[in-house]
Write a protein that binds this ligand. Sequence first.
Ligand SMILES: [Zn+2]
Ligand SMILES: [Zn+2]
Length: 263
Amino acid sequence: MRIVSLASGSSGNAIVIDAGGTRVLVDCGIGPRTLARRLDDARIAPESVSAVVVTHEHVDHCRGLAAALRRWPWLVLASAGTIRGLDASVLPRATAVKGAVDIGGITIRLVAVAHDANEPTAVAVADRHTGMRAGIAHDLGEPSTALVDSFRGVNLLCIEANHDTGMLRGGPYPAHLKARIAGATGHLSNDQAAAFIAAVGTRDLRAVLLLHLSEVNNTPLAACEATRRGVHRRARLASLDAAVRRAPSAPIGAAAAQLALAI
Ligand SMILES: [Zn+2]
Ligand SMILES: [Zn+2]
């Protein structure tokens, strides 16, 4: 299994999972031309993607969805509440998922998260052939026990690290926006991401990718520094990186799979 972030942050989010020939997108917050170019950078043809999982209906997660579905025959999978918030043109291709669903060789489980949308979810992924597991959590205000239980022991972890608490507090945003971001249904801080990684990480953790970094209230360096100690205390050799806003990230997972084979 390998995972590549194609875009990350409030300007648009998209992640692709590639496991044993099954390709699934998580969110489609960028236009189809940019998406196709970045998939090509990841050596993935858009036609080979089976489905797109939409975590919630906020525009930075589904801005490009309707246009993408006019070009490619993807299924759309999401919670019933998220589907209710999507563009009407998307609905004939959408299936409401409650719990788990199998797509090709992978099993996808949607897990409820706390965020100010209809019925937002995080995504737990398992490759049924290799046994590799991944967890992807975009926007969330604070992790629930159910999310920690679903992600515990994953090999690959993609988790929001939206803001540095001090930068947000001292930054330029108006008070109501600061309160929304820092609130229980807002966005995860670097310190919350660090605690989450410590809670779910085990020796099986191979790679952590930090998502949805704020351009104003965070930096990749601050996010990585806040989370590094927790990652390496749990898994000494795990890689740690922050997703790039407007370009593909380095893939996570492929090298880890090779490493596992070599041992
Ligand atoms: Zn959101
Ligand atoms: Zn978002």
